[in-house]
Structures are given as structure tokens and as C-alpha cells.
Design a protein around this ligand. Structure first.
Ligand code: CMP
Length: 195
């Protein structure tokens, strides 16, 4: 079985609320290995490269938004002036560029078996109000899509965590050079993985 790598980004709301350490410790505590860390001002180019510039990504974000609006009986056209999922995804992406530049962002690359599933589980639902207690978003945030959209901004959901193995590898390349990632053994690995 092969280890996986995932990118975590503590977004400006997490940085500005002084909870970088608390968030990072959840991933350390579960046993994932930190193999890269970085704190930097995001550039527009990097944020654009980070969130896939594809029809599929715009659609996914737009559809998730429309589903949530429907559940709450809200009309997406009032905010977005359209109910086309792809167009909504594009608007959200433009907001993300501004949001990511509100403060430096903190990045970590973590490695471990089933790392992708584990980081997603610990992060919780993208929409904080739907994130279960015990998850990072469930415990530390309470934003909702409709309030965010009324204010023309993205959800402040504290953290980005890679969705898939492929996305993780692509995202890591946007923010890290290969020589900024470290190969070493944790003391805990002996207990977790040795026979
Ligand atoms: P993330 O998990 O980084 O992936 C895409 C991001 O887009 C998501 O977190 C949110 O910050 C943001 N987002 C997605 N849909 C919406 C929406 N309808 N309104 C505001 N922000 C959104």
C-alpha cells in the first residue's frame, strides 16, 4: 500500500483568528506526517492555478451552491443574477482570489496512508453550518453560504484540504518545490506501522 500526500491551506480567516496551531495539531495528533510547511502571501496567479480552471470544477461549486439554496428556499438569481451552475462557480472563484489575499496563508503538506480521506474527515463539510462537531470546520467556524453570498465573498471555512489524490499532487506543485518537501521517519511510525 502506498502513502498519499495532501495539501492543507489555512485560509486567511484561520490565520487572522490565531488558530493555525490548533488546526495543525489535529492533523499531527491523528498521526499524519508533516513533510512541508510554508507561510506566504498568495498571488492571484497561484490561487487561480490552485482551484482548477475547468468546467467540471465550476459546475461542482455552482451545483453545491444551488442545492444549498434550494434546501433553504433561497433564489440564487437574486445574488448571482443567474442560476447557471458554471457561471456561479466562476463568480465564487473570483471571490476566492480576493479572500486568499486578505492575509498570508499557511500551508502544510501531510503524508500518510489514506491521507486524503483522513484530511477530509478531519476538516468536515465545506459548508461550516453542515460540518459535524469534532471536525475543524464544525468546531471552529459557523459561516453560511447565503450570508457569504449576500456579502459577495466566499465561505469562510478556515481550511482547504485536497479532494482527491490527483488534486493533492497538482495543488502541492502549485505551492511547493519538490526540494521543500522532506523525507524522514517519525518516532510514532515505528509503533503505528511496524510488525
Ligand atoms: P474549499 O474547500 O477550499 O473549495 C472551494 C471553496 O469555494 C470552498 O472551500 C469555499 O471557500 C468556496 N465556496 C464554494 N461555494 C461557495 C459559495 N456558494 N459561496 C461562497 N463560497 C463558496
Amino acid at each position: 500500500m502506498k502513502k498519499q500526500r495532501a495539501l492543507l491551506i489555512i485560509k486567511p480567516d484561520g490565520v487572522q483568528r490565531d488558530i493555525i496551531g490548533k488546526i495543525l495539531s489535529r492533523f499531527e495528533t491523528v498521526g499524519l506526517k508533516i513533510i512541508g510547511l510554508k507561510f506566504e502571501w498568495a498571488t492571484e496567479e497561484k490561487v487561480i492555478a490552485h482551484y482548477p480552471e475547468t468546467e467540471a470544477w465550476f459546475k461542482k461549486v455552482g451545483e453545491r451552491t444551488l442545492t444549498n439554496y434550494k434546501k433553504k428556499g433561497l433564489d440564487a438569481r437574486k445574488i448571482f443574477k443567474t442560476d447557471d451552475a458554471v457561471s456561479i462557480g466562476k463568480i465564487v472563484k473570483s471571490w476566492l482570489v480576493t479572500y486568499f489575499k486578505e492575509s498570508p496563508v499557511f500551508m502544510a503538506v501531510v503524508e500518510g496512508y489514506d491521507a486524503i480521506e483522513i484530511v477530509r474527515k478531519l476538516s468536515g463539510n465545506t459548508i461550516p453550518v453542515l460540518a459535524a462537531p469534532g471536525t475543524i470546520r464544525g468546531d471552529f467556524s459557523h459561516d453560511t453560504i447565503d450570508l457569504a453570498n449576500e456579502q459577495n465573498r466566499p465561505l469562510r471555512n478556515l481550511i482547504h484540504a485536497s479532494d482527491t489524490i490527483e488534486d493533492g499532487e497538482k495543488e502541492i506543485k502549485v505551492w511547493f518545490n519538490e526540494d521543500e518537501l522532506f523525507s524522514y521517519e517519525l518516532a510514532s511510525e515505528k509503533f503505528m506501522y511496524s510488525l
